[in-house]
Write a protein that binds this ligand. Structure first.
Ligand code: ZN
Length: 49
């Protein structure tokens, strides 16, 4: 099951198994998925939440 990006809401494609094209950011104890383009666009990802 693929996650969607917490910022742009796009569905994240998986590379293989559960590896997503993006990253997980831990916000308030929860892991949020963020796609690689949002990751590049925002240097401080945690500030976006
Ligand atoms: Zn995104």
């Amino acid at each position: 099951m693929a996650d969607s990006c917490a910022l742009c809401k796009k569905q994240l494609s998986t590379v293989f198994l559960d590896k997503i094209k993006g990253t997980y950011v831990k916000i308030n104890g929860k892991h949020r998925a963020v796609c690689s383009s949002c990751q590049k666009a925002h240097k401080d990802l945690k500030a976006q939440f």
